[in-house]
Design a protein around this ligand. Structure first.
Ligand code: DX5
Ligand code: ZN
Length: 217
């Protein structure tokens, strides 16, 4: 089954509780954390994750776009994250392993993220210990960018590796996912689709979520 993870980066932050309840038919709430260093933008941090935890029963999928993420993963777990993902480009391989281990020690799910220019092989050192791999289909930093169809080859390659080495691992895509691009992601083997502007820009949000799952045309 295809899961949808609305990105609250496209929500109205003055009405965040309401906008999280608006996506209650989704599967995860995707929370983009940006530090202004790893990416050229600053978004939200720990206090916001703590505040949204009680307003939804959906798992919080926290995407850390921050340098040296091992410094903060435990705090994000304690703030209410269910799944924490860290970029492989954000630190050394050893420190990314440490970040994953700290997330697991808190009893939470861990994932690694690949930027568009990062090859599929960069996930290999972590493939057998993570619960999710996230492939960026835009350069991280901003919502509302155009989908990079050239990332579908990487998604297919990772699907084959996951099926072989860690079949329970989820494969997520993030960036520019919309009704005209979700089919390519699903065909390439993704099972979790992040969507910000395509969800929050829709007149009928539950209908849009069903459409992105491929349930309706
Ligand atoms: C980009 C973020 C995405 C973003 C997606 O750095 O990681 O989660 O919010 O937004 P859309 O779906 O509008 O491309
Ligand atoms: Zn994201």
């Amino acid at each position: 089954m295809i899961k949808i993870a609305p990105s609250i980066l496209s929500a109205d932050f003055a009405n965040l509780g309401r906008d999280i309840q608006r996506v209650s038919t989704a599967d995860y709430i995707h929370v983009d954390i940006m530090d202004g260093v790893f990416v050229p933008n600053i978004s939200i941090g720990l206090p916001v994750v703590r505040s949204i935890r009680p307003v939804t029963a959906l798992p919080l999928d926290v995407h850390l776009m921050i340098v040296e993420p091992a410094r903060y993963v435990e705090q994000f777990c304690d703030a209410g994250a269910d799944l924490v993902t860290v970029h492989v480009e954000a630190d050394t391989e050893e420190n990314i392993h440490a970040a994953i281990d700290r997330i697991h020690a808190r009893g939470k799910r861990a994932g690694v993220v690949l930027k568009p220019k990062t090859p599929a092989e960069a996930a290999l050192p972590f493939l057998e210990k993570v619960e999710l791999i996230l492939v960026m289909t835009v350069e991280p930093g901003f919502g509302g960018q155009s989908f990079m169809a050239d990332q579908m080859e990487k998604v297919s390659a990772l699907r084959a590796l996951i099926d072989e080495k860690n079949p329970a691992c989820e494969l997520e895509v993030d960036g520019g996912v919309a009704p005209d691009t979700c089919g390519a992601c699903i065909a390439a083997g993704a099972n979790v689709l992040v969507a910000g502007s395509a969800v929050y820009g829709a007149a009928d949000i539950p209908a849009r979520i069903a459409q992105l799952r491929g349930e309706t045309p």
